[in-house]
Design a protein around this ligand. Sequence first.
Ligand SMILES: NC(=O)C1=CN([C@@H]2O[C@H](COP(=O)(O)OP(=O)(O)OC[C@H]3O[C@@H](n4cnc5c(N)ncnc54)[C@H](OP(=O)(O)O)[C@@H]3O)[C@@H](O)[C@H]2O)C=CC1
Ligand SMILES: CC(=O)N[C@@H](CCC(=O)OP(=O)(O)O)C(=O)O
Length: 346
Amino acid sequence: MTHTVAVSGATGYAGGEALRLLAGHPDVSVGAVTAHANAGERLGALQPHLHALADRVLQDTTADVLAGHDVVILALPHGASGALAAQIAERSPETLVIDAGADHRLESAEAWERFYGSEHAGTWPYGLPELPGQRERLAGTRRIAVPGCYPTTSILALAPGFAAGLLEPQDVVIVAASGTSGAGKAAKPHLLGSEVMGGMSPYGVGGGHRHTPEIEQGLSQTAGERVQISFTPTLAPMARGILATATARLRPGADPAAVRGAWERAYADERFVHLLPEGQWPATKSVLGSNHVQMQLAVDERAGRVIVTAALDNLTKGTAGGAVQSMNIALGLPEQAGLEQQGVAP
Ligand SMILES: NC(=O)C1=CN([C@@H]2O[C@H](COP(=O)(O)OP(=O)(O)OC[C@H]3O[C@@H](n4cnc5c(N)ncnc54)[C@H](OP(=O)(O)O)[C@@H]3O)[C@@H](O)[C@H]2O)C=CC1
Ligand SMILES: CC(=O)N[C@@H](CCC(=O)OP(=O)(O)O)C(=O)O
């Protein structure tokens, strides 16, 4: 059976990546493609790499256009999906709605209001299947909140250590570099080529980045106790990719020799998450265009800390690939359907 999938925000980076993956998915056909300012244009004029869909005409992003599809992927600015999702649900309750934006990720309305400054739209099942128990929550669901790109990287990097009770829940430090596509297509002065090329810079320093509560939520649920992090994002002169370095203190009495085994066991059967062989370190260029995450860890016994570095493509596993992976689980399709791409190199 073929499932029809509509993509809103089809002119953006996340929507474009969703369409690239869906165009190669054996069990879906692409339905409506919608936009905002660019409604009425040919998709090919805005996303020239999507050859198979170039002649599709972008429609307005309304519930009338989106309802009736088996699946709707919302790749819209923050705050735009809550009301629209409710209208779609009214018209077609059976539609699986997948929100690539942040609106439905957080469980705490208070954290949402503090970091996003608007009213909380609600909480949907979190689309990170590799977390313990999450596949069961996603199977058959009609609502999926796709994680943010930094949270996917950071939570996957540290979750095995928290699940195994090896890490202190305080004093967790995460520093991550992202490619510029993470910020979306809308022009921003700090993202001009001349600002970004040839150097790196931090932003959101001091605990203010909105992914902080999302990372804490995922790690706290995994740990079964409150995990507190310090998170600093940086901007790297590349289009795609995230490289996160996450460090946490080993609990007193935790055996450093047991650390690697916790990560090996957690990801042994995961198709998309790879603990690399010892001595090999992740690189963003090895995961570009693929839904795969690479990671490596070390125990710094002198500092008493575990250090994990993880790399993924922010638009694939970090957004659209994660969305398709969770969609597959919700629809009962093979989890890897449409996600068989290897990385692109050099
Ligand atoms: N980029 C990334 O790495 C990641 C992005 N996300 C999330 O995905 C969502 C989309 O991000 P991204 O693709 O980067 O953003 P872009 O700025 O690249 O694209 C935004 C899209 O939304 C459309 N749009 C803008 N305003 C409205 C509106 N008021 N109503 C309906 N549609 C609108 C735009 O259409 P038009 O061109 O016609 O104006 C465009 O298609 C965001 O919520 C983002 O947080 C999540 C994880 C990672
Ligand atoms: C480089 C860059 O600017 N990245 C974005 C995160 C992209 C992402 O995952 O975002 P959402 O939570 O918006 O879905 C940022 O830091 O705001």
